[in-house]
Design a protein around this ligand. Structure first.
Ligand SMILES: Cc1cc2nc3c(=O)[nH]c(=O)nc-3n(C[C@H](O)[C@H](O)[C@H](O)COP(=O)(O)OP(=O)(O)OC[C@H]3O[C@@H](n4cnc5c(N)ncnc54)[C@H](O)[C@@H]3O)c2cc1C
Length: 290
């Protein structure tokens, strides 16, 4: 199926793109990599009258680092992030995540910020954003505002972005030298959206967990952290018993929606299994015995 008719805009400056969004409001959609927007339009699940393509605007594909924090602009493609030395060195969790996002052909077009702005609960990057406490910058013709990760994802494909705003930056905080992480998921085929997955980060000092994040995708209407399970890990040694206890809490707390790919009960079970697997993979990466 083809998308319904729309007016295509290809502005050459960010100001012009923002002016178009201000003019057309809810009738307009930003186009970044097009890997989610175009299929949705073809399926008639989105019918914007105006599409504002960011592709001709210079300077939007920057990856920068300052004091250990890493910032990405709106045209950084997944594959660019996958190959970035800056990301590999300063944002290792983002680097770990990229190979899980779709297939290479899609990664060469799809953007990291597009994935975040789209807010698909089955996508990996929203979970990375909430696990790391990243900050997001939304820009409109009236200025910029910063949105905390915890405030950004509001519902299924719904974020705190207004229709006149472009997500112009995501900044991941400096990665602690004591942190370990993993991304694990179950998908029907590698590169497909996961049935359920979890992004795990642990801070470990002197064999004690001092901080933990467990952020799930494919498990709720948004990416979601399970703070009771995180709290259960803090103050303990990383061990199989502690991981299984956290997994039990996760399986009890989450109530993933059912669809044709899996029931709620199956996804709850998966979330528990993946919790133990994700925590084990995180500590294995530095050789801490679990
Ligand atoms: C077959 C297939 C498999 C896939 N598998 C996965 C997967 O396993 N994991 C995964 O995470 N993703 C997957 N994707 C999605 C892919 O990663 C997309 O690239 C990504 O979700 C959206 O990025 P995009 O740049 O293509 O955004 P677009 O499609 O251009 O835009 C998506 C939405 O975000 C908005 N938007 C984009 N950029 C901005 C911005 N800077 N500011 C404001 N709004 C913006 C658009 O208006 C639109 O509503 C898959 C896609 C396909 C087609």
């Amino acid at each position: 199926m083809k998308a319904p008719p729309f007016i295509y805009h290809r502005p050459e400056t960010l100001d012009d793109a923002l002016a178009l969004l201000a003019e057309h409001g809810d009738e307009a959609k930003v186009l970044a990599g097009g890997q989610s927007l175009i299929p949705l339009m073809a399926l008639r699940m989105g019918r914007p009258a105006h599409v504002v393509d960011l592709g001709a605007i210079d300077g939007l594909a920057e990856i920068t680092e300052a004091d250990g924090a890493v910032s990405l602009g709106p045209l950084v493609r997944h594959e660019q992030a996958n190959r970035s030395d800056v990301i590999a060195q300063h944002a290792p969790l983002v680097a770990q995540t990229m190979p899980h996002v779709a297939h290479r052909a899609i990664r060469t077009q799809g953007t990291v910020l597009g994935s975040i702005a789209h807010g698909d609960p089955a996508a990996e990057m929203p979970a990375v954003v909430i696990a790391t406490g990243a900050t997001l910058t939304a820009t409109s013709s009236s200025g910029e505002r910063t949105i905390a990760a915890a405030e950004f994802f509001e519902g299924y494909l719904d974020t705190a972005l207004r229709s006149d705003e472009i997500l112009t930056d995501v900044t991941f905080p400096a990665w602690p030298s004591t942190a370990v992480s993993s991304v694990v998921e179950v998908a029907r085929r590698h590169g497909d959206y996961a049935l359920v997955g979890v992004v795990t980060t642990l801070d470990i000092t002197d064999d004690i967990v001092t901080d933990a994040a467990l952020a799930y995708f494919g498990a709720a209407s948004t990416a979601i952290r399970v703070s009771a399970a995180e709290q259960s890990l803090i103050g303990s040694s990383p061990s199989r018993e502690a991981f299984d206890a956290a997994a039990t809490i996760v399986a009890a707390e989450l109530a993933p929606p059912a669809d044709i790919h899996g029931s709620t009960a199956y996804r709850k079970h998966l979330a528990g299994v993946l919790t133990t697997r994700g925590l084990t993979a995180a500590v294995d990466s530095i050789g801490v015995p679990a």
